[in-house]
Design a protein around this ligand. Sequence first.
Ligand SMILES: [Fe+2]
Ligand SMILES: [Fe+2]
Length: 192
Amino acid sequence: MTDLWDRALAAMRERLGAEGMRHSLGVADTAARLAETYGVDVEPARLAGLLHDWAKDATASELLSAADDHGIPVTDVDRAVPYLLHAPVAAAELKAAMPDLDDQVLAAVAAHTYGAESMSPIDLIVYVADTIEPGRVHAGVETLRDAVGVVSLQELFMLAYASSLRHLVDSRRRIHPATVALWNRLVSEDPR
Ligand SMILES: [Fe+2]
Ligand SMILES: [Fe+2]
């Protein structure tokens, strides 16, 4: 592994507890496997998987003030569920903490809660890896795992995103405007 990987690993170990590290390494491995399967650069995907939850342990008020400091847009949904900001806040903090990280790694970290207007293959991979890493036990996870390598990466992401939206609706949670915008774009590009 590279020096960048070693530094990222050491930094994450300082930030997360044992379960957070297990999850992060699970996402890193899964992202690397998905990248191999779909012909995407493996190392940036693995690194983004490792780093995606950099800001996961920040409190709600820390996330809101960090978003403010970094000029990250804060909607009513972010104010109600500040946890969602741990993705864009992580990307902004990582840019300062590890200036040699690729923009594609930062973008994938930023997009892992509510997505982004345009999603690159690495963004799609990290989102899916976060959903299906070996520690995940949610309903439907086996269906997603079985679809790896069988359906296209875009379709795999749509299945994972749909499952997460369904969960939000079923548990009567708020849906972020960026999530709605991304979903509308996905279905307009892939009408059934
Ligand atoms: Fe996360
Ligand atoms: Fe995660």
